[in-house]
Design a protein around this ligand. Sequence first.
Ligand SMILES: [Zn+2]
Ligand SMILES: [Zn+2]
Length: 366
Amino acid sequence: MASDIEKVCSSCQKPAALKCGRCKFAWYCSAVCQRAHWKEHKSTCKEDSTERTIYRAGDLLQQIFYVYCEKNFDRRITKLEDLGDRLIIHYAPGISAPFVPFPKHLVSDDEQKAMMLSNFKCNDAVAYFYDLLVDLLQGIDGLEIEEWNGTLQLPKRRTQAGADGSSIQSEASIRKMREQPWHWITVLKITKSSKSIVLDISGAQFGIFKPCWDLEQYRTKYADAMNDAQVPGGTVKQNAKADALIQGWNGYVQRKGWAAVDAVQNAVQDWKLKTGLSLRALLHRPERDFIKGKAELLDSIGMSLDQFVANVDFKKDMAAAIRYEKKHPGTSQRISDERFLSIAQHAHIELQFKKMGFSGAKHMLI
Ligand SMILES: [Zn+2]
Ligand SMILES: [Zn+2]
């Protein structure tokens, strides 16, 4: 039975007799179908099974991240201007509601959509999906997860907030972002092969569309000084969880964000019960089954988030946050910034310790 399922063409679903020579996971009925499927398959086709698992995990996590961002959309957009090197997003002034429908009608392709969904979301991508990442990568021996922050080279294509709309970000930070983008990524170190893989699921805002990269390749192509802070996996999550406890805008945004993460996690649990599979098992399925399982999982996450948005009431929390910001302008941002700086400084100290031959403390200052 299992072998029948495996031998289905990944492209057309007819019975298949040819196996992808590289990953030995994808089956095809013909060379024509294999060639037709390559564009989709190449991002997860890896000879090394650990690497393949990680590339598939990255692919899945990025899709989940996009569903999450689309269902949680909270800024009205009046216009999109695609200048090639920049995608200018014109935000409507002010925030009118905790959630707004994603403006599908403004988007002309998947790249533009990914760029809009990931705009200003690199912290969220690292923080909100850390637990899912750990769940996906369970059982890989000697895998270390780190979170890196730093600056990117000037991207060839990127998002930019239009000048007419106000942004949650301060004008100063937008200006800084225009000059040199500042970004969070996750780095997965495989000790067995001493290979490091970059996981960057929110890179589309800077024209980085693939979720997984060889570290050296990523550095050469995109990174400028990608090591202002190197902190253990889960640090950005702890930071965002701490922000959810503060008053004002930053606290409200985090409370809403984490409540939606719970809706994602509930959907994942339901999918596990329904299918009897773990996320790790899904990553080890033959190509066709992986694609099918991924689609089912994304559907159930989408439905769970739809229900969440329909039933949850964040209007009061939002109104309280706006009142707080009027009374104490900039306070919540300052608290968040100070917390972040303490992490960055601590990471520098830790790096210095490592250079001097100490192992360095693993505890964060939160
Ligand atoms: Zn076929
Ligand atoms: Zn392959």
